[in-house]
Design a protein around this ligand. Structure first.
Ligand code: HEM
Length: 229
């Protein structure tokens, strides 16, 4: 590619799969919440899947490929300011940029809060999260209020920003961001260290994912334990 002769693996396969399964699950969560009724059973299933995905991403942020690690996109305020002033560091365009990183952390935090409050929510008709019996009615009320009145709009707002920012960079700045989230590779002007994305790493990711799914399944099973009391 012109002026960008270095093809570098930036997003490892586990990160890419995480991203697109998360995106599809969140869309499913919004749709099933709006449909209500029997669709809420799928809202619960997808909510537990997103719980597993978030646990996976937190672990992967510590042990995953180089550019997926949190340490690779925690930037100092000075570096963010330089980026915003248009004098970026040479590595700012390799993984998540300083601004993109803020939106990633905000989105992940909002999703963690949404899943946590979902586990503690009760519609007082037919559906209650699996952890409601471990806390007081007041906490259930607050969690339900946050989940329905605040959290869902926060997640939707941050998603709107996420997609608008990507469109801005693709259309106005002519930066290819979406393709690397599909193929894993970026075409860069200068060489950069790649993310490890070999078979051994993928096996590690699979083990972490299976453990995360087991944890989410165990959390969901606490509802049945509660029902038997
Ligand atoms: C419900 C929908 C979505 C959610 C929840 C979501 C969430 C996220 C998250 C958490 C990340 C950080 C990835 C990581 O490091 O783990 C991310 C990055 C990214 N997302 Fe999404 N996303 C959604 C939809 C989309 C869509 C529709 C597109 C494309 C049109 C997109 C394109 C990207 C790209 C290109 C990045 C990497 C940005 C960068 O280079 O810094 N996302 N997204």
């Amino acid at each position: 590619m012109k002026n960008a002769p270095h093809t570098v693996r930036i997003w490892d396969l586990p990160t890419r799969l995480f991203h697109w399964v998360l995106a599809a699950s969140v869309v499913g969560l919004v749709v099933t919440a709006k449909l209500g009724g029997n669709a809420m059973e799928w809202h619960f299933r997808l909510g537990h899947l997103v719980l597993a995905l978030l646990v996976f991403r937190i672990v992967w942020g510590l042990i995953g490929g180089r550019w997926s690690r949190f340490a690779a996109f925690v930037y100092s305020p000075g570096r963010l300011l330089r980026y915003l002033r248009g004098t970026p560091h040479a590595e700012d365009g390799v993984g998540h940029s300083p601004l993109g990183a803020l939106s990633v952390f905000a989105l992940l935090a909002a999703l963690v809060a949404q899943v946590a409050t979902g586990l503690l929510s009760d519609d007082e008709i037919a559906f209650a999260g699996p952890l409601t019996r471990f806390v007081s009615n007041a906490v259930v009320g607050q969690a339900t209020g946050y989940h329905k009145e605040i959290g869902q709009y926060l997640v939707l707002g941050l998603l709107g920003l996420h997609i608008a920012a990507i469109l801005f960079y693709v259309v106005v700045r002519r930066q290819r961001l979406v393709r690397p989230m599909l193929s894993g590779d970026k075409h860069l002007e200068a060489p950069a260290a790649p993310s490890r994305d070999d078979a051994a790493m993928r096996v590690v990711a699979l083990v972490v994912l299976l453990l995360s799914l087991a944890l989410a399944w165990w959390v969901s099973s606490l509802a049945a334990v509660a029902a038997s009391f």
